[in-house]
Design a protein around this ligand. Structure first.
Ligand code: ATP
Length: 459
């Protein structure tokens, strides 16, 4: 069977991006934000299917990196922290992008990320000002008075809470090094040029780990943990998200481009239709963060080695993952178009659009179809099966149109199984189960469905 994966074909292009954005809207994965008011530039809302996909990604990540490991614990911190946090972390002073403005049309752009086509709407090329540093922190005021004393910032990353709460986590969990603290949640950056769908937005979600290690005596002492996380991130990409790994690339960031405190940083990049760009980051941050917060707060953030009683600041390895970029990479990696033999009602050759989502990620694990919706006994039997399956996982119900159309409709949203309830079901409790990837159908007993679908969720 011909199953081209467009994300890797030579034709991968902006066209694919349009198809993904259109599918996302058409089927309820992602809607333009505030659409009835004309939208809000580059803001997006996850719809009924998008929230399922996104939650599945976050839950899988939490399971793999927190619940299934002895050396990890989680936190869920406030989005707005004391502004002193951002002074100490360096964000208020240096979390900036270079900004240029066209002297003719006043459009503002990121100087380090200028588009190839620099045509100005006022004619000719843009004429830019000198670049100045623009701070990306999203400012607000806490309380009723909008004065300097009440300025606060939405967090630009989830990471800082793990440093600020390091001592509390240590005393409550009695963890010993090495161990990590994880958090999933929203972050905010006043990006100069958001764009490319959910790739770069001003409000997004992150899944981050701060992994605390003993003070290293040699490069090998930290590099072995860095390598451990490098392997773990690759496993996440290949085993959980099941991305097309030919589209994933590791880029070692040269010293000149790294933060001054980082001895090693790797960007995990993905071949998006708009170019090879960052998906995730992995950085060795030394003891920069704990030291900065210890110095600024006056509170000791030292760890006492239980064997030697030595006190020191742990060092940190930080795997940092974007949820929205994960969603985008998953949709791109799993999008397929196949020609279909039969023609549609207009006589046009039809196309089967389907998402090869791993069952763990699929919004619905199965869809139940009563063969005919005007036969109450069929509908009642289908409903009974549907209600039983729903106790175990998320299941769709569809009784519109013919069964073939229902299969295609579920293919487009990545549902792994279609289950048809017909007159034989009433006699012998068997159903037709149709497999999304192969389109093959088989007859099986309805009482075996839960076990069958559950085994797929283990893949
Ligand atoms: P970029 O170079 O693309 O701006 P970054 O290096 O600033 O990204 P990090 O600070 O390393 O990003 O953030 C960690 C992760 O958070 C990124 O790898 C990405 O997945 C996600 N992320 C960062 N900024 C955004 C954004 N504006 N929109 C969506 N996701 C983002």
């Amino acid at each position: 069977m011909n199953m081209p994966n467009l994300s890797t074909s030579a034709n991968a292009s902006a066209d694919l991006m349009e198809k993904i954005v259109s599918l996302a809207k058409r089927r309820g994965f992602v809607f333009p934000g505030s659409e009835i008011y004309g939208g809000l530039a580059n803001s997006w809302d996850y719809g009924p299917l998008g929230v399922e996909l996104k939650n599945n990604i976050k839950n899988l990540w939490w399971k793999r990196f927190v619940q299934q490991r002895d050396d990890m614990v989680g936190v869920d911190a406030a989005l707005v922290m004391n502004p002193k946090v951002w002074a100490a972390s360096g964000h208020l002073a240096t979390f900036t992008d270079p900004l240029v403005e066209c002297k003719k049309c006043n459009e503002r752009m990121r100087a380090d990320n200028l588009p190839e086509d620099l045509k100005c709407t006022k004619g000719g090329q843009h004429e830019f000002t000198e670049a100045k540093q623009f701070n990306l922190m999203l400012k607000t005021f806490l309380g009723p008075a909008e004065d300097d004393a009440n300025v606060a910032y939405f967090r630009p990353e989830t990471a800082q809470a793990m440093f600020v709460q390091f001592k509390n986590v240590l005393t409550t969990t009695r963890k010993q090094l090495p161990f990590g603290i994880a958090q999933v949640g929203k972050s905010f950056r006043n990006e100069i040029t958001p764009g490319n769908f959910v790739f770069r937005t001003r409000e997004f979600e992150q899944m981050e780990v701060e992994y605390f290690i003993p003070q290293p005596k040699s490069d090998e002492d930290w590099n072995k943990y860095f390598e451990m996380w490098r392997v773990e991130m690759n496993k996440w990409l290949s085993d959980d998200l099941k991305l097309n790994m030919d589209s994933v690339h590791e880029a070692e960031i040269p010293e000149a481009d790294r933060a001054h405190y980082s001895k090693r940083t790797i960007d995990f990049e993905f071949d998006y239709p708009f170019g090879r760009k960052e998906l995730y980051g992995l950085a060795y941050r030394g003891d920069y963060d704990l030291k900065s917060h210890q110095d600024a707060s006056g509170e000791s953030l030292e760890y006492t080695d239980p064997h030697t009683n030595e006190k020191y600041l742990p060092h940190v390895i930080e795997p940092s993952l974007g949820v929205d970029r994960s969603v985008l990479a998953v949709l791109l990696s799993h999008y397929h178009e196949d020609p279909v033999e039969s023609k549609d009602s207009t006589g046009q050759a039809a196309t089967r659009i389907w998402l090869s989502l791993p069952a763990k990620l699929a919004p619905y694990k199965a869809a139940v179809f009563p063969l005919l919706k005007n036969k109450p006994e069929l509908v009642a039997k289908a409903r009974e099966i549907y209600d039983e399956l729903r106790k175990h996982f998320n299941v769709a119900w569809d009784d519109r149109g013919n069964v073939g159309k229902r299969y295609y409709s579920q293919d487009e949203i990545g549902t792994p199984y279609g289950i048809t309830v017909d007159f034989d079901t009433l006699e012998d409790n068997t159903v037709t189960i149709r497999h999304r990837n192969t389109m093959e159908q088989e007859r099986m007993n309805a009482s075996d469905l839960v076990a069958r679908i559950k085994s797929k969720l283990e893949d």
